[in-house]
Ligand binder design. Structure first.
Ligand code: GLP
Length: 242
């Protein structure tokens, strides 16, 4: 029941109630929610309060709205455990989703100062610039731009980079990808990102930069990614020092 004189705001009680129904499976991805008016009548609250709750749930990626059709429960977020150095292809396959890519750009360019420094190659040295939309079951999840030294990695073709870059480097070239450093920042989608990720401009995204190294310490890639925050979350194990 909604408690009108609780210190917890009414809109937030609605938010928690819906989150709970999603967590225990009463509400499944794709299920339609009642309209604002029906909600308001059911709980004897104002439509503005209902709207506030739905906006919060939408911003947090629990629901989505289709104009003229209604409000629906979103797919569950894909959870990636942070310490594992995995590829997109492995992440999706592990979840039973079909990995895919849409290649936007594939070119050898001269390394800028920043790219050269990270890849430890000379400035203007040849690097592949690979831009891909990464898909899970044909749904866009992320935009990724990889910079990889063309002197280190030979033989990339459009066909190869449209599939798994890690699989090619490990299985075809026998390289040992070993560790990476990664930063994650929150941001909002601009017009171009929104269009490619099929989200609204201003929707939350995560900017991820990964610097990946081979076993012998050679930097192998610099990757700048934009992940949909409504479909992706990261999990990390924390251990208290004793
Ligand atoms: C993830 C990482 C990228 C990495 C990519 C390789 O998406 N964020 O840094 O380049 O995996 O994926 P794949 O082997 O599927 O091309």
């Amino acid at each position: 029941m909604i408690k009108k004189n609780s210190p917890i705001p009414i809109y937030y009680q609605i938010v928690e109630r819906i989150q709970k129904q999603i967590a225990n499976g009463d509400l499944q991805p794709g299920d339609a929610l009642p309209s604002e008016r029906e909600f308001a009548e059911k709980y004897h609250i104002s439509r503005m309060t209902v709207r506030q709750a739905l906006t919060q749930l939408e911003n947090d990626g629990y629901i989505y709205r289709i104009r003229g059709k209604g409000t629906f429960i979103s797919e569950h977020k894909i959870e990636q455990t942070l310490p594992g150095l995995t590829s997109f292809t492995e992440d999706m396959t592990a979840r039973g989703l079909k990995p895919g890519s849409h290649l936007l750009h594939f070119e050898i360019i001269p390394a800028t100062e920043q790219i050269a420094k990270m890849l430890r190659i000379s400035e203007y040295g040849p690097v592949y610039e690979i831009k891909r939309i990464r898909l899970a079951d044909h749904v866009p999840m992320a935009l990724e731009t990889n910079y990889i030294s063309a002197n280190l990695i030979k033989g990339f073709t459009e066909d190869i980079v449209n599939q798994s870059i890690y699989a090619y480097m490990e299985e075809q070239l026998g390289l040992k990808i070993e560790h990476a450093t990664q930063t994650i920042e929150s941001s909002v989608a601009n017009e171009t990102e929104a269009k490619m990720l099929e989200i609204k401009p201003g929707a939350p995204i995560m900017l991820i930069q990964r610097n990946t190294f081979l076993q012998d310490g050679t930097p192998v890639e610099l990757v700048k990614s934009t992940y949909r925050a409504d479909r992706y979350k990261f999990a990390i194990q924390l251990r208290r020092k004793n």
